[in-house]
Write a protein that binds this ligand. Sequence first.
Ligand code: C5P
Length: 412
Amino acid sequence: MTGPEPIPVVLGVGGGIAAYKAAELARALVKDNCRVQTVMTAAAREFITPLTLAALTSNKVITDLFSDRGADEILASAVEHIQVARTHRMLIVAPATADLLAKFAHGLAGDFLSTLYLAFEGEVVLCPAMNSAMWAHPATIENLAKLAARPRHHIIPPDSGDLACGTTGPGRLPEPAAIAAKVHRILHQRHDLDGETILITAGPTREPLDPVRFISNRSSGKMGYAIAEAAAERGARVILVSGPVHIPVPEGVELVETETAARMHDAVMERVGQASIIIKAAAVADYYVAAVPNQKVKKTAMRLSLELDPTPDILAEIGRVKTDQILIGFAAETQNMVDEARRKLKTKNCDMVVANLVNQDGTGFESDDNEVALVPAEGDVVRLDRAPKRLLADQILDRVLGLRLQRHARGR
Ligand code: C5P
């Protein structure tokens, strides 16, 4: 039995100490059914030999060396970059040095890799790696911003840690397995959310008690951010209205930062008209202090009472004003999660509620995993087993698309 056709990709290797990791990346790509064409810059060959990569990929390595070629070969190589550009789906550059980023950003085409970049129309994955000062230099920042804004470009930012130059900070090439996993996702990504605008809320809110204190909750924002990442990868325009969290913004997502329930309410209501799908994963505070003192409240021996007012229920308000948009709520419960989800479905006029128990070990708030029940307004409850939030995010989106199809089928 033969497997699926290998996917042709180019691995461009720049001249940095992290070039040695390109060997392991090449192996991971081959193992993941890629046919790898390696292209090495002159500087890369100072760090690692073409022979290593040729052996690992079972393929010749393209270099700029003319000296050991005959006239015919030199003539053929004059158009080789066009040929390679046409026949490969992805160009992965790891490590992408500051020099390569500058060349790509400005369209310089003085060697094979930069010429190939200009001729390439497929997906481009850039994995910058360099010294922290070079990474932080305004020139690099500007070049990266230019590159990130180009279509089909993906930047995998460097990790922080010990660097070859003896300093510590951002600049390390991420582990080859992590790069290969991201490459896999891009190569196999579905485009079933093309044309959708998805408004997602995530994270907790903070309700001030005085200038230095607030009420909040344990939401980390991980579930909402995972859905935002999945939706953007599947082609949607994603607007992410987020409370205060400590996780990076997924690539291609428009972030709107908020703090209080009232601000989140305004940010959402301003944008709701643009959205075809609204997913409210945020753990919005239910109460706030209306009269926040200007000064820090002093400690005394007396009992202190807080007067709390209810916050605006954003989900319920959208439920009242929505047109043909699909509205998904979340229910974080400590008991009777499906019954509670059903109640919220009705009271908030949602199309589906994603319910999870938040008092179990290893799932719910702050965890990387979750275990949820999808409770639609019409149709059966589906329980999704415990899994990483990023995996569940795709399953939730699959179900949202299912709701859309159900509606079309009924002509609504
Ligand atoms: O807090 P509750 O369990 O009712 O939250 C259920 C859903 O309602 C969640 O999707 C949450 O984002 C949303 N919600 C809201 N505004 C609030 C409270 C909750 O949009 N003030």
